[in-house]
Write a protein that binds this ligand. Structure first.
Ligand code: 5RP
Length: 218
């Protein structure tokens, strides 16, 4: 089974978590794209979606699925999105696609967060995948120096601007032993918009694609 086939299988399985007659939060990335394509098959059963990126919004609209402004929505039943890494506590690293801030906002509003990923994303200790940090452009160098003091090696994502007009520092060489603490510490650096650790608000369910089928971890 290829990685894409495992992503497709979890995307299909996630349809069971869609609550009919409600608004659904939609993530970003290749696994989320598979989910959007599956959602299209039941689009008449939902009230609409809130997207975590312009790219996902465009894909949703391409399928004729309504995309709503988060400010016009008071409740999202479930948020479905991929991840770059997850540990067994369902703490995540996200932001490989650069959409981490909007992803974190939509996850915060949602009652339930279902993470969909292939088995390569489950790790014992997070940090092999460089941790994305969204930064206000004028604070880039200051934030990079502060992150270096914490032991990380920040690398500017060249030629990339987020949907919010900011830059991303990808932080290498982190062995993340205390995800909640690191998430808080990084967010306290002035100039950081947010970082890609989802530990304060982890996923509620992880659907993991394996060659033996989809495993559910809670
Ligand atoms: C985008 C993300 C994605 O969920 C993450 O990068 C995983 O992507 P993929 O599903 O393509 O493996 O956080 O910002």
């Amino acid at each position: 089974m290829t990685q894409d086939e495992m992503k497709q299988a979890v995307a299909k399985a996630a349809i069971e978590h869609v609550v009919k007659g409600t608004i659904i939060g939609i993530g970003t990335g290749s696994t989320a794209n598979f989910f959007i394509d599956e959602l299209a098959t039941i689009k008449h059963q939902i009230d609409g979606t809130v997207a975590s990126s312009e790219a996902s919004a465009e894909r949703l609209r391409g399928h004729g699925i309504e995309v709503m402004d988060l400010n016009s929505v008071s409740e999202i039943s479930v948020y479905i999105d991929g991840a770059d890494e997850s540990n067994k506590h369902l703490h995540l690293i996200k932001g490989g696609g650069g959409a981490l801030t909007r992803e974190k906002i939509v996850a915060a509003v949602s009652k339930k967060f279902v993470c969909i990923a292939d088995e390569s994303k489950l790790v014992d200790i997070m940090g092999t995948f460089p941790l994305p940090v969204e930064v206000i452009p004028m604070a880039r160098s200051y934030v990079a120096r502060e992150i270096a003091k914490l032991g990380g090696q920040p690398v500017l994502r060249e030629g990339f601007t987020t949907d919010n007009g900011n830059v991303i520092l990808d932080v290498h060489n982190l062995e993340i032993m205390e995800p909640v603490k690191l998430e808080e510490t990084l967010n306290h650096i002035t100039g950081v918009v947010t970082n890609g650790l989802f530990a304060i608000r982890p996923a509620d369910v992880l659907l993991l694609g394996t060659p033996d089928g989809v495993k559910t971890i809670t």
